[in-house]
Design a protein around this ligand. Structure first.
Ligand SMILES: O=C(O)CCC(=O)C(=O)O
Length: 276
């Protein structure tokens, strides 16, 4: 498995991440990563963790399966968090001297799944303030543009925070913040926004900022699964922030207090690489 990205992250990619809030990065992870992660994902779906969510109502076709914190339970996911090229990619995109691993999020849409991923952005779900928060969305299957996640270009720079919602039924999480406002209905006005989205292959990843609005359709393909392993990475400016109410994922036991750097056993520093 490659420990460093298979190629250098270009200045143009860094600029796209910073200006657009989302960038597709091609060909950074070798097949061994994809196969090892795919094995862990099958194991997790057979024996999910305590935060699992099934977003498909009984009787609907397909399955929209979501789980978190696989890295705490499965070896390849743990290796990915601690030793994969992802930390170097996050550091390059955010220009941060240090990176800590925050959490992972598995999203599987089996063939024929109807349920969309509602439009949202991630940071309001988290007890994290700061600008250096990036997700790497890693597909384990080829994903066509029409099945892939879409991003509202530049929305990470709107200075707006939207109310977090459960993916299932798009109901609000019980968390409030004076900054929160309802998520705009992007689908009702798609021509008012520039929407970014890509056809992707295993080995690619899409990097997006914690405040970039994104959403995805169901998986209309009847032949292809859509498995994605999405991981969150924090830079040096990220700080623990107390939130009143429900956060997601509900990671407890870290011992951090407001204003702390997001670095502890549960959010390990992974960049620079610890000396061997
Ligand atoms: O895979 C999806 O449908 C959505 C991904 C997502 O919301 C995320 O990675 O934050």
């Amino acid at each position: 498995m490659n420990r460093e990205p298979l190629r250098r992250i270009t200045d143009e990619e860094v600029e796209r991440y910073r200006a657009d809030g989302a960038v597709c990065l091609r060909g950074l992870f070798d097949r061994d990563w994809i196969e090892a992660l795919a094995r862990d994902i099958e194991a997790d779906m057979a024996a999910p963790g305590p935060m699992v969510r099934i977003n498909t109502p009984p009787g609907n076709p397909g399955l929209f399966f979501v789980d978190f914190q696989l890295w705490r339970r499965w070896p390849a996911c743990r290796d990915f968090a601690l030793n994969s090229p992802a930390a170097a990619i996050a550091a390059a995109l955010m220009g941060s001297p240090t990176i800590s691993f925050y959490h992972d999020h598995l999203l599987v849409k089996e063939p024929g799944t109807l349920e969309p991923t509602p439009w949202h952005h991630d940071q309001p779900y988290y007890p994290v303030d700061g600008d250096q928060i990036v997700s790497l969305w890693l597909p384990l299957d080829p994903v066509a543009r029409e099945t892939s996640v879409e991003y509202v270009k530049g929305s990470h720079r709107w200075g707006r925070w939207f109310q977090p919602r459960f993916f299932k039924n798009a109901t609000d999480l019980a968390v409030s913040d004076p900054r929160f406002e309802p998520v705009p209905d992007i689908d009702a006005a798609r021509d008012r926004y520039v929407l970014l989205g890509w056809t992707v292959e295993p080995g690619d990843c899409i990097a997006f900022h914690g405040l970039t609005l994104h959403g995805a359709p169901g998986n209309a393909s009847l032949a292809r699964r859509r498995r994605a392993y999405s991981t969150r990475w924090l830079g040096a400016d990220a700080r623990y922030a107390e939130r009143v109410g429900q956060i997601s994922p509900p990671i407890e036991g870290h011992g951090l207090v407001a204003g702390d750097r997001m670095e502890c056993a549960l959010f390990p520093r992974v960049w620079p690489r610890p000396a061997a």
